[in-house]
Design a protein around this ligand. Structure first.
Ligand code: C5P
Ligand code: MG
Length: 164
């Protein structure tokens, strides 16, 4: 599909997983010390899944389920960095590059504030961005959803030629 030559594009994505004992909690590629982790076919990294969907949405390229079906045994326990790499490639193939992103994680426990710099730096490195281009906020659900972890992400995409 040919995209309109816009000065920039935005993308939005979100993902949620149920929490369960005996699973790891991986957020932005960082394993967080926690009593419960995400129940998922892959590693359940809601940040990287939401970010990948935001990138694909930004260039109208569908969603990660089309590229990595969760019914396919080949993708079981997949490292989500591979999903992100594919989404970044598709974004570039469509003529855009990721310039900045804004992330919100909703989780009641544990507190994530102490890990903010580490998670932001890891996400930035996976995307080839400076840490200052990754905004990361945390929210509790006010105990409305104590058994789930959710991420919501907005991305700013610039035409590849303009972004150096
Ligand atoms: O309850 P509320 O969502 O208003 O809490 C927001 C504050 O708690 C923010 O400062 C946020 O960074 C922090 N927080 C946290 N870890 C969480 C959820 C919220 O550090 N899992
Ligand atoms: Mg609040």
């Amino acid at each position: 599909m040919t995209l309109a030559p816009l000065p920039y594009r935005i993308g939005y994505g979100e993902d949620a997983h149920r929490l369960s004992a005996g699973r790891s909690l991986v957020l932005g590629g960082v394993t967080v010390p926690a009593e419960r982790g995400a129940v998922a076919h892959s590693d359940g990294d809601v940040i990287l899944h939401a970010l990948s969907d935001a990138l694909l949405a930004g260039v109208a390229a569908g969603d990660i389920g089309q590229y990595f079906p969760d019914t396919d045994a080949a993708w079981k326990d997949l490292d989500s960095a591979q999903i992100l790499t594919r989404a970044l490639d598709v974004t570039r193939e469509r003529g855009y590059t990721l310039a900045q992103l804004s992330l919100v994680v909703t989780l009641d426990q544990p507190r994530l504030g102490p890990l903010r710099a580490e998670i932001a730096a890891h996400v930035a490195a996976l995307c080839g961005l400076a840490p200052g281009e990754v905004g990361l906020s945390f929210k509790t659900s006010e105990r409305l959803a104590p058994d789930h972890v959710q991420a919501r992400v907005t991305v700013l995409l610039l035409p590849e030629a303009d972004h150096e």
